[in-house]
Each structure stands twice: as structure tokens, then as C-alpha cells.
Design a protein around this ligand. Structure first.
Ligand SMILES: [Mn+2]
Length: 443
């Protein structure tokens, strides 16, 4: 790979290479199963169909070495939202035509056979894989702008709503609307219900408390009509202001700028939906083993919508019982860290979400590292999150530990994870605990 200065040049260069390499060759898409990965795949599918290219697709929850070895060497492989951490494995597998569109950290050397788009090489610009996939497709497909809402959805799935401008001004047409308001979601449902179930934005005395909510809404001057409350996006400016004030009075820890922001509404199946809710639905399908449905939902295949919504409802029930388990179970706690070993009481695909919810709850101090673990097959899925997205680099801590126990790690500074063998459970916990304590002493 040659050195390239900015992201746009990088994308242009790789897009040209991709066109050359796929003239006769069939394409094999491999994507990650979260919202950013699924939307990246949907963006590529839309474009490859328009270009009349032959392709197959595989959605995976993590990219493991054994799997990379099974990939067809005669095809062009395009990895989406993953593979930045698997460069050595790609080389070892002897894959010849490899493209990567991803935004995760790159530590290993890039093999000659690999063309990569990754903002890590371009001043760590904040843009998700779906955003990159969209810009990539715009280079090779004149109608790619049709996929703009998928790019926005992917960015929001990876919490990069503040960088959506990078996708270009022209995206704000019919299918995408932006509105300033309270960041509670879904903004399209009655406000009392949103306040009641908003576990991601916990408000003391309000979350899970219908009486507290009625009082809060009365104090804000918002009354139901025919027994039904308005949705957030239906509130006028004055109502929105009063509601914000009332919520702040009940949660002094929260800052105004954390509460107010841009709400993105995207048209799916001909209805404007809150992007964060769509993202939650897509993640839910994938995490319950139905990434096929998540992908078809993004491609707006009509019959799929109901099925996806049913899976989403089931997922929410899993999440609630998972959180209940965490409150009851014994945890390993120390200065600046908590380790929760759920074993097989929580499914591995939601353990990361559980860790994220805990890292957003007011029960822990800023910078506390939450580690949550769950069994999967003969392995253990581990997720680390920093409360308030600040503090020590958990990815680095994790790398240090798995050097000794073995395993594969991925992620970022404040949100990382790994998979280890089940027989390393005890060693791993001990080593992790030790490195948390050593790190503490250093500071
Ligand atoms: Mn991503």
C-alpha cells in the first residue's frame, strides 16, 4: 500500500483498484453483524446490484482465523467493518485479492495483497464503516446517494452522529430529516412510554416509574389528549424547553449538552423512524442470531418488517432479565473497576450491550472500567467499557492480558472486547484484576 494523505484520496484510489480487480472476478463480501456492519453490507449490495456484479455475502459476529482460512482464494474478498485486526491471518491464509473498508485500530503490517480504507491512516478522522462504504460507493456508482440513509444509520449505530456532515450536504433530502431536541429515544413514540423504558438514559425517579413520569410531564405543562401523550418530535419549542428543564431538575449530574442534540429521522418502509431505534432493532436481530433478517430489513424487503419487530421485542426481554441478573449477582469490585462474570446466565451477544448500559448508569464513577463476561460454546466473550468514555485505555490493558492467556481482542480506547478459551477463565480474571490494580498505582 502506498502512502496517501487524505481520506478522500484514499477512497478514490482503492475504489479504482476495486473496479480493476473485479472486472471478471466474483466478489465475496464479509461484514460485521452490528448496525454499522449490516448497513455497510446493504450499501455495497445496492451498488453491486446496480453495477451488475456477481457477489455473495457472509455476516459474522467476529472474524476468526479458522474462518479466514476457509475463504475462496480465487475471489475478490471485501471485508466491511472488520479485518483491520486480522492482517497477519489474511496473509497466512494466502488470500490474494483483498479489500478492507473499516475504522478499527490497525496494529499489524499491511500485506501487499491488501488494499485498505481506514481513517486510522488519515488523521484518525471520525467516520464509521457505513460512512466509508457510502463514500466508496459514490466513487463507483452514480446512484449511490440513494444509500445515504443507510450510511447515516451506520454512523449512528457507532455513536458518530456528530460526524454525519462528513457524508456531504446532499444527503439531506426526502429520506433523511434532522431535528434538534432531547436525546431520549425513540422520539417517534409517546413521550411517557419513552421516559418509562429509557434504560440507556437513566433518570432517577422517572425511569420505570409511571407515577413519577405523569408528575414530571404535568410540571412541564404537557398533558395527554384522549389519554395519549405526544411524541418528542411533536412537541413545540416551548414544550421541549420546559421538559428539558424538568428532567435536569431531577438529574443534577446530567449536562445540558449531553441531553440536547440532533435527532435523525430516516424513512424506512415509507415511514419516518428514529435512527437510534432502527439501529437498536438491527442490532437486536443480529444478536439473536438473525443477521439475515437485519440485512433484509436494511434492504427494505416488505415481508421482513414484522418478523424483525418480533425479534426486537424478544431481545428487549433478554436485556431486562440480563440487567436483573447483574444487580443480583456477586461482582469483583476494586478501585476504578468492576468485573461481572455472567457465565451462561446472559447470552454472549448481549453482554457488550449490558456493559454499555452499566457504563451509562449513574451507579458508577466516571472512568470506572466495567468488565462483563459471558460463555459462548467453549469460549468466553469479554466486554470492557469505561464509564463516561474517559480514563485508561482498555484496549491496551486487554492486549496485555491476552498476550499471556491467548485470545483475540478488538475495539477502541474506551470500549474493547475479546474472546478467550473457557479453560483460561480463572487465569484471565486474575491477570485482568492485577493489571487494573497496577495501572491504578501508576497513576
Ligand atoms: Mn463500525
Amino acid at each position: 500500500m502506498e502512502k496517501r494523505k487524505n481520506l478522500q484520496e484514499s477512497i478514490k484510489y482503492v475504489a479504482q483498484k476495486f473496479l480493476e480487480k473485479t472486472k471478471e472476478k466474483e466478489i465475496c463480501l464479509i461484514s460485521h453483524f452490528d448496525t454499522d456492519g449490516i448497513t455497510s453490507a446493504a450499501i455495497l449490495i445496492n451498488t453491486l446490484k446496480r453495477l451488475d456484479k456477481k457477489f455473495s455475502i457472509k455476516i459474522v459476529k467476529s472474524l476468526e482465523e479458522d474462518f479466514i482460512c476457509t475463504l475462496p482464494k480465487e475471489k475478490t474478498i471485501l471485508f466491511l467493518d472488520l479485518a483491520s485486526g486480522s492482517l497477519n491471518a489474511i496473509k497466512k491464509a494466502g488470500l490474494k485479492n483483498v479489500f478492507i473498508i473499516d475504522h478499527h485500530e490497525v496494529i499489524q503490517e499491511i500485506p501487499d495483497e491488501v488494499e485498505i480504507i481506514n481513517p486510522e491512516f488519515n488523521g484518525k478522522e471520525k467516520i464509521s464503516s457505513a460512512g466509508l462504504a457510502f463514500l466508496f460507493c459514490k466513487e463507483i456508482d452514480s446512484e449511490a446517494v440513494e444509500s445515504a440513509k443507510l450510511a447515516v444509520l451506520g454512523m449512528i449505530g457507532d455513536l458518530m452522529e456528530k460526524s454525519i456532515d462528513k457524508l456531504g450536504e446532499e444527503i439531506f433530502k426526502g429520506d433523511i430529516k434532522k431535528k434538534k431536541g432531547l436525546l431520549l429515544y425513540p422520539s417517534t413514540r409517546p413521550i411517557n412510554k419513552v421516559l418509562e423504558y429509557a434504560s440507556q438514559q437513566y433518570i432517577p425517579g422517572i425511569t420505570g416509574n409511571p407515577y413519577g413520569i405523569i408528575e414530571l410531564l404535568r410540571d412541564a405543562g404537557i398533558e395527554p389528549s384522549n389519554g395519549k401523550y405526544k411524541s418528542l418530535i411533536e412537541l413545540d419549542e416551548e414544550e421541549m424547553k420546559k421538559l428539558t428543564t424538568e428532567i435536569m431538575l431531577r438529574n443534577p449530574k446530567i449536562k445540558n449538552k449531553e441531553m440536547i442534540g440532533d435527532i435523525f429521522l430516516l424513512k424506512f418502509f415509507n415511514k419516518l423512524e428514529d435512527a437510534r431505534e432502527l439501529s437498536a432493532l438491527i442490532n437486536a436481530c443480529s444478536r439473536l442470531g438473525r443477521s439475515d433478517i437485519a440485512l433484509r430489513f436494511c434492504l427494505e424487503i416488505p415481508q421482513i418488517r414484522r418478523e424483525a419487530e418480533e425479534i426486537y421485542a424478544k431481545y428487549k426481554r433478554h436485556l431486562i432479565s440480563g440487567l436483573e441478573f447483574v444487580t443480583k449477582t456477586k461482582k469483583i469490585e476494586g478501585r476504578g473497576f468492576v468485573i461481572i462474570n455472567a457465565k451462561d446466565n446472559i447470552i454472549d451477544t448481549i453482554i457488550g450491550t449490558i456493559a454499555s448500559i452499566l457504563s451509562n448508569s449513574p451507579s458508577y464513577d466516571e472512568g470506572t472500567i466495567i468488565t462483563a463476561m459471558a460463555y459462548y460454546e467453549n469460549k468466553i466473550k469479554v466486554s470492557l467499557r469505561n464509564v463516561g468514555r474517559t480514563g485508561r485505555n482498555v484496549r491496551e490493558i486487554l492486549e496485555g492480558v491476552i498476550q499471556k492467556t491467548g485470545g483475540e481482542a478488538g475495539g477502541h480506547e474506551f470500549a474493547a472486547g475479546c474472546i478467550i478459551d473457557r479453560n483460561k477463565e480463572k487465569d484471565f480474571i486474575e491477570l485482568l484484576q492485577k493489571s487494573f490494580e497496577i495501572e491504578m498505582v501508576k497513576i
